[in-house]
Design a binder for this molecule. Structure first.
Ligand SMILES: Cc1cc2nc3c(=O)[nH]c(=O)nc-3n(C[C@H](O)[C@H](O)[C@H](O)COP(=O)(O)OP(=O)(O)OC[C@H]3O[C@@H](n4cnc5c(N)ncnc54)[C@H](O)[C@@H]3O)c2cc1C
Length: 418
């Protein structure tokens, strides 16, 4: 099989100091209540927003957007005339836009030299693709989906329930729906404080009527791929949150037109990392890299691992409930590649969605056939699992070659659709 890569792009979310992971997750000692606690106002001048604070739509762009709007309403209702916003992702841009619309003087400080946060676009071989957020999830009940429609952005549906398995056949998976029901029932019945690993270990001791291999594959597909977190850390009861597979559609050309639209008319200062936030009786003072900003209140949208790492010093310190929430939430690692080829070498499939398991349990990749974008054979791959450390070693070209090799090998090994 001759496989020629003509263009590629690779994400580095785990190494990115302004993300430190992919999306927020609930650890074994946490619950959705920690998301609520993190997003509660810390007094009348400081509030944390962002995807991690949404109790039911965390880890998604529209959840971030809704939390930004909620924080903006809070600040405006309190009568603050000048508000500082930390971060120009969906939460920060939503907050800034809503405040501006209410006549509030808003300034956004963004650490990176671009807007969008974890919605990051890349031009790959002359066309825009996403290296972060890709799908509009929960499409029918998603404010950003309505915005995309109003802007006339083309979207393509992905049926995540109908993947084509590339590579080795699925072992002993005779009743996939029953197996998935059993997984969900076991997770829901897990005690508070249990991790996914605890549930899995008990199940594998007595797996009948399913095989251990089928159980592991399901956990890889539904949990490892959806979180990128160690299963010894992720909460069994709360770690499997809603989102993926609820009418998801991807935006042809990428998320950037939505981001640009929200940023229109907003005062965003790029390359301005906030290192310190002081909250006093008269207002707030932000400082970072020699610059300062004063305002009546501040909305902070930095991701959970960035806050937990102490990238911003708060004076006075964040309240205890916020710090506890930060210690119980975290983020996993899911990385992406966009690969564009001279020729198509993989089989077409109705859902445009593929899975490759292995080489070992816990290591897998998912693939979106994005050829519809502009007709050039294109795959967008998502990777999670312990192999990322070795897979993502070296420069981007090396990672892209390795990723393309994984698909080529799986296609050669054969396909086994469900
Ligand atoms: C690989 C990947 C795939 C994903 N796929 C999807 C998907 O298909 N659908 C979906 O809905 N969601 C997806 N997500 C999740 C989605 O991207 C996020 O939930 C959403 O973008 C978060 O928005 P936010 O505003 O809360 O945070 P962010 O987008 O992270 O914005 C926070 C901003 O704050 C800035 N910042 C951080 N610290 C500082 C500081 N100290 N000073 C100044 N600025 C700072 C950051 O640079 C960033 O711009 C994906 C994420 C990843 C990584």
């Amino acid at each position: 099989m001759s496989i020629k890569l003509v263009a590629s792009a690779v994400s580095r979310w785990a190494d990115d100091p302004w993300a430190r992971g992919s999306w927020s997750l609930i650890g074994r000692h946490g619950s959705p209540q920690d998301r609520v606690a993190l997003g509660a106002p810390a007094g009348s001048r400081l509030r944390i927003a962002g995807e991690a604070t949404h109790p039911t739509r965390a880890g998604m762009t529209h959840g971030a957007y809704e939390q930004g709007l909620a924080a903006a309403a809070w600040a405006a209702d309190l009568g603050h005339a000048r508000v500082a916003v930390v971060g120009a992702g969906f939460a920060g841009l939503a907050a800034a836009g809503a405040l501006t619309a209410r006549g509030v003087d808003v300034r956004v400080w963004e650490a990176r030299d671009r807007i969008g946060g974890r919605a990051a676009g890349a031009e790959v071989g002359g066309f825009g693709f996403d290296l972060g957020a890709n799908w509009l999830q929960q499409y029918d009940d998603n404010a950003l989906a309505r915005l995309a429609e109003s802007l006339g952005l083309p979207v393509v549906a992905t049926d995540f329930t109908d993947p084509l398995e590339l590579g080795s056949p699925v072992p002993g998976e005779t009743d996939p729906e029953g197996l998935e029901r059993e997984l969900r029932a076991r997770l829901a019945a897990a005690p508070e404080g249990a991790a996914i690993d605890d549930v899995l270990a008990a199940w594998l001791r007595d797996p009948a009527p399913w095989t251990p291999a089928a159980i592991r594959r399901l956990v890889d597909a539904e949990i490892v791929m959806d979180s990128g977190a160690p299963l010894s850390w992720l909460s069994a009861r709360h770690g499997f949150e809603p989102g993926v597979g609820e009418g998801d559609r991807w935006i042809v050309g990428g998320y950037q037109r939505l981001v640009q639209h929200l940023a229109d008319g907003i005062d965003v200062r790029l390359g301005r990392p906030v290192r310190e936030i002081r909250v006093g009786d008269d207002g707030v003072r932000l400082a970072g890299d020699g610059a300062t900003l004063e305002a009546d209140a501040v909305i902070v949208t930095a991701p959970v691992p960035v806050l937990a790492a102490g990238a911003i010093t708060f004076t006075p310190p964040l309240p205890g409930a916020h710090r506890t929430a930060l210690s119980r939430l975290g983020a996993g690692r899911v990385e992406k590649v966009v690969l564009r080829f001279e020729q198509r070498f993989w089989p077409p499939y109705r859902s445009g969605y593929y899975r490759i398991h292995g080489p070992e349990a816990g290591c897998m990749s998912e693939w979106l056939d994005a050829t519809a974008a502009d007709g050039v054979p294109t795959l967008v791959g998502l990777f999670a699992g312990p192999w990322l450390d070795t897979l993502w070693a070296g420069d981007d070209a090396a990672v892209a070659r390795r990723a393309a090799g994984i698909v080529a090998e799986a296609v050669t090994a054969g396909t086994a659709g469900r």
